[in-house]
Ligand binder design. Structure first.
Ligand code: ATP
Ligand code: IP8
Length: 241
């Protein structure tokens, strides 16, 4: 089994509110269905999640404004999830969207339904979204954290994060032309964080936690999903943790 995170930076244009990258997402799905292994998909928020979350100060204390934001962000995320669901269905993958708000409360998580859906050939597709952290606090659960939770349960052979860059660099490659791609990361690197869930640094920390479970994790540029086939090969372009 392989667990795949479709990063918000590749499935959406993070600079434009609710700009879905349909072609790019479809190209990744086409590549995924070629592999023989089973896979589970989790997706991020991109411009369907982070822009409104920031506007409404989420995650944050429960109040009139954050409650409104909770509904806005969740509805936008459902919209994104449906787009991905329809693309998966186009390639014969029957599926169901599962928001974190229905499986997580107060640090208690129940992913039992995932195995049930699998057994009847329905792929559960979860995603980063708002959730009720406790009676006073509205949280945001990152898709990266869901990938970690599922890795503990399903013990996949590999975990793959698709993003819009070739991998983790020593500094943000979109800002610095001389940024160097880190094929493996065991050094410090710089990141700017514009995300409510921690950006690339948060992702690296999660990748490290997953690799501590004994699972290889990869960051691949989703604009070139065929790189998936070069994993474990010298020509592979991406970051391995
Ligand atoms: P989402 O959280 O919406 O699902 P994602 O999983 O695709 O998004 P991001 O958190 O957006 O991932 O991280 C990828 C972005 O991090 C890149 O677009 C890049 O501009 C930025 N970035 C900042 N610093 C670095 C770095 N040192 N190496 C690689 N990318 C970096
Ligand atoms: O993009 C957060 O999930 P991520 C989603 O996987 C929202 O970090 C709603 C901001």
């Amino acid at each position: 089994m392989i667990i795949v995170k479709l990063g918000g930076s590749i499935i959406t244009d993070k600079t434009k509110y609710k700009a879905f990258r349909s072609k790019e997402t479809e190209n990744i799905i086409k590549e995924l269905i070629k592999i023989k292994d089973n896979f589970i998909i989790v997706h991020g928020g991109g411009s369907f999640g982070h822009i409104m979350a920031r506007k409404y100060n989420l995650p944050g204390k429960l109040n009139k404004n954050s409650l409104e934001g909770y509904t806005v962000v969740h509805n936008d995320m459902v919209e994104l999830n449906i787009k991905i669901s329809n693309l998966l269905l186009k390639y014969g993958i029957t599926n169901i969207g599962i928001p974190p708000s229905s499986i997580i409360y107060n640090n208690k998580k129940n992913y039992n339904i995932f195995k049930k859906y699998f057994s009847v050939n329905i792929m559960p597709v979860s995603y980063g979204d708002v959730y009720l952290k406790n009676e006073n606090y509205l949280g945001i659960y990152s898709g990266d954290n869901i990938v970690y939770d599922l890795s503990k349960i399903f013990k996949p052979e590999k975990v793959i994060f698709f993003s819009d860059v070739d991998g983790i660099y020593d500094k943000n490659p979109k800002k610095y032309n001389d940024a160097k791609l880190l094929k493996t990361v065991n050094t410090d690197f710089k990141s700017d964080n514009n995300d409510v869930t921690g950006g690339i640094m948060g992702k690296y920390m999660t990748m490290k936690k997953i690799s501590n479970l004994g699972i290889q994790t990869y960051l691949i540029n989703g604009f070139y999903p065929q790189r998936l086939n070069l994993i474990d090969n010298n020509e592979f372009i991406g970051t391995v943790v």
